[in-house]
Design a protein around this ligand. Structure first.
Ligand SMILES: Cc1cc2nc3c(=O)[nH]c(=O)nc-3n(C[C@H](O)[C@H](O)[C@H](O)COP(=O)(O)OP(=O)(O)OC[C@H]3O[C@@H](n4cnc5c(N)ncnc54)[C@H](O)[C@@H]3O)c2cc1C
Length: 298
């Protein structure tokens, strides 16, 4: 169980421990079957965000357009006024004030393949569970839906996961034995040598782990970076896994800052499709899906 008020302890815990985020227990199989390597699905939680994100953005923007002093920018800034300010910023395309609102997400049940994609977003902060410090004895994995629905492909996939797990475990044991002997020969206390050798072995054994191997992370982005992220990753052109994560992230921020994210989503939600000949050709359906996510009646 993670016990933290600050969030900082949580970030450290994510990197160095094999923890499951408390509010998002998402193993498809049960804990007692852990050695059968449970399949997992993406789950996103909103861990924290800038308090009163729309009011904060509106106050910052007010400073740009009025002679107000810093201690006056929040005066009379009701939620309605803040919403009006945020709508106005969106209309005129003034994006920098929305950088003052940040959102921190817990993401779990996702693959290392997703990790490679999401960390390409440079205007963000990441803390990721380490395969270096966390020994993968019975790793969880993500099965792509197209593999899931094809029984033969799924059998091949599960077999590959099993082989990877076996190779990892054997490598870990082999390397740990070698390292332990070397450390003991160097005079290290036997108990310490055993633990240190296993840690050192995990650093190299992880090289045989697959892209499907599950991971978890804490991600922080400001609203402007999130707009860019949603534009790229909510689009049907994005891969299914990151698209699902982006959609869950958007649903969460819409609940706490509906005006701030009113136009967020793929470009076709607020204008024409920008994908040219790569377009999915489903702009109407996409618009309807995102209107429904925003809670708008069709
Ligand atoms: C459908 C799809 C397919 C993709 N395919 C590939 C692929 O085949 N190969 C591949 O390598 N990547 C691929 N990517 C990743 C993509 O190229 C970007 O790296 C990723 O989407 C991050 O976007 P970003 O740079 O806009 O985000 P961020 O890194 O968060 O940057 C946000 C914005 O800040 C500005 N910015 C950030 N850093 C700089 C900088 N150094 N100089 C100038 N401006 C900067 C840019 O305006 C940028 O849009 C793909 C992405 C998508 C959505």
């Amino acid at each position: 169980m993670l016990k933290t008020d600050s969030g900082v302890a949580l970030l450290g815990a994510i990197c160095y421990n094999k923890l499951i985020m408390p509010t998002c227990y998402n193993r498809v199989q049960q804990e007692q079957e852990v050695l059968t390597m449970p399949q997992v699905k993406p789950i996103v939680t909103l861990i924290s965000h800038t308090p009163q994100p729309e009011r904060t953005v509106a106050a910052a923007a007010r400073l740009c357009y009025s002679p107000a002093h810093l201690d006056e920018v929040f005066d009379g800034m009701t939620p309605e006024k803040a919403a009006g300010f945020v709508d106005m910023l969106s209309e005129i395309g003034h994006q920098s004030p929305i950088e003052h609102a940040s959102f921190t997400f817990g993401i779990e049940g996702v693959s290392r393949a997703l990790l490679a994609q999401i960390t390409r977003h440079r205007i963000a902060s990441f803390s990721v569970q380490s395969q270096r410090y966390v020994v993968e004895d019975g790793f969880d994995y993500v099965i792509p839906p197209e593999i899931e629905k094809d029984a033969q492909a799924k059998a091949l996939f599960v077999e590959a996961m099993d082989q990877a797990q076996r190779a990892y475990s054997r490598l870990l044991e082999q390397l740990a034995r070698t390292h332990e002997a070397a450390m003991a020969a160097d005079g290290m206390d036997p108990k310490r040598a055993k633990a240190a050798a296993r840690k050192k072995a995990a650093e190299d054994a992880r090289f045989v782990l697959p892209n499907a191997c599950d991971t978890k992370m804490v991600v922080t982005m400001n609203a402007r970076s999130l707009y860019n992220f949603f534009s790229l990753r909510c689009c049907n052109r994005a891969q299914w896994e990151i698209r699902e994560v982006a959609r869950q992230m958007l649903a969460l921020v819409l609940k706490v800052a509906p005006h701030l994210f009113a136009k967020a989503g793929p470009p076709c939600v607020s204008g024409p499709c920008t994908e040219g000949r790569m377009s999915c050709g489903k702009a109407k359906e996409v618009r309807e899906a995102f209107a429904s996510l925003r809670g708008e009646r069709q």
